[in-house]
Write a new protein. Structure first.
Length: 390
């Protein structure tokens, strides 16, 4: 998509969601529910369901560099909205990366219009992600039989299919994990809601239980044993997406804080004239600027077709820490009134915390960065600071 069409698409999505969500914010926060009968048609109207999908499937075919600003815009409006759109487009991107041509032809045109969607079945209540996955998907002739549990599956109340990572060869450890597509109406699959969350209210997360769920072998995505590598590859991109979400929330918190510092008057002067408040604003702006630069570099590398395990985890790690610092300081700028729902600061502070645990907590990001460095990986790719080898 060229720059002009991209800007029109970005503006249309931002305008439609700005008109829709803020008027419903109190109801969303009180009920922990975004009405899909209102949200889904509005997102369809502005073509927000196929942002990363190729145009041949009805998508917009955005590059990562084009998608990240839209994700940041949604984060400025509401964390639950961002989560809903992100989960759909991110999982669609994963499916498009894993699926065969027949699977893509059958489902992606529906996904691009929001008439089908995917939920990611990765995290488990009693096992870790990766080689420790406990869900089993054992071959039985031309079928698989699936037993196990997944939870924290976003949009579980709405999606039509689940991309489930399970062990097709339990004895093979990490090499025995595969990806299988499971329709939500398969017998033996139960979907229970999890309790409400601290932030990103209105976004639903489910607890999936598989009790001898039978799916045909043709539902497998990719080859047997490729699942762990697919998780790692998919998470690289998704971690950059989460960092862009952190950026949007941080940018909005900074903008609101600057406005408050100019408007709020005590002892006859705006509070922005005081050095303490100026320090808060300067620290916030520095975090925002640094995160923008990191994301631009990571997006350029992804668009160039590079794998970026270090950069992706660094973006996710720094972004989650930065948005927490920025929203903390925004509360300090607003003072006690910021702790109430008169302003969106208290919600943004809560929404920011989702980014800390989404796609792995800080310790996981640190592990990925260090492991890749020790294995010989470097920070390379499109950059004016590319090392010169003399």
């Amino acid at each position: 998509m060229d720059d002009t069409d991209h800007q029109k698409l970005r503006q249309a999505i931002a305008r439609a969601m700005t008109d829709l969500i803020p008027a419903m914010e109190d109801r969303i926060e009180d009920t922990d529910w975004i009405p899909k009968d209102v949200l889904v048609p509005a997102l369809r109207e502005v073509n927000a369901f196929g942002l990363l999908l190729p145009e041949r499937y009805g998508g917009s075919g955005l590059t990562v560099s084009q998608y990240l600003p839209i994700l940041a815009d949604l984060s400025r409006i509401h964390g639950g909205l961002r989560g809903f759109v992100h989960a759909h487009n991110s999982s669609a991107h994963v499916f498009e990366m894993l699926a065969g041509e027949e699977q893509k032809d059958a489902l992606l045109p529906l996904v691009a219009t929001g008439h089908a969607s995917f939920g990611m079945g990765i995290t488990e209540p009693d096992h870790g992600t990766g080689a420790d996955i406990g869900t089993r998907c054992l071959r039985d002739g031309e079928n698989y039989r699936i037993d196990g549990q997944k939870w924290l599956t976003t949009n579980s109340d709405w999606v039509s299919h689940f991309i489930v990572f399970a062990k097709t060869d339990p004895a093979a450890g990490a090499r025995g994990v595969s990806a299988v597509l499971v329709e939500r109406d398969r017998p033996g699959l139960t979907i229970a809601p999890l309790p409400g969350t601290l932030g990103t209210r209105g976004l639903q997360h489910g607890h999936l239980t598989f009790d001898d769920v039978v799916v045909p072998v043709t539902n497998r995505l990719g080859e047997e044993g490729q699942g762990l590598g697919l998780i790692e590859h998919g998470m690289e991109v998704s971690r950059v997406f989460v960092a862009a979400s952190s950026l949007g929330t941080a940018e909005e918190a900074l903008a609101l804080s600057v406005a408050r510092a100019n408007e709020r008057v005590t002892f006859g002067k705006p509070i922005g004239t005081r050095q303490a408040v100026q320090r808060y604003l300067a620290e916030m702006a520095t975090d925002v600027y640094a995160l923008r630069a990191m994301l631009e570099d990571a997006a350029a590398k992804l668009d160039a077709g590079l794998r970026i395990p270090i950069e992706a985890s660094a973006c996710k790690l720094f972004g989650s820490e930065a948005v927490c610092r920025v929203t903390d300081r925004a509360l300090l700028v607003f003072g006690g009134i910021g702790f109430t729902r008169k302003y969106p600061i208290e919600r943004m502070l809560r929404d920011a915390r989702a980014n800390v645990v989404e796609e792995g907590p800080p310790t996981i990001q640190q592990f990925v960065i260090a492991r890749n460095l020790l294995d010989g990986a470097t920070l390379r790719g499109p950059s004016i600071f590319e090392p010169t080898h003399l």
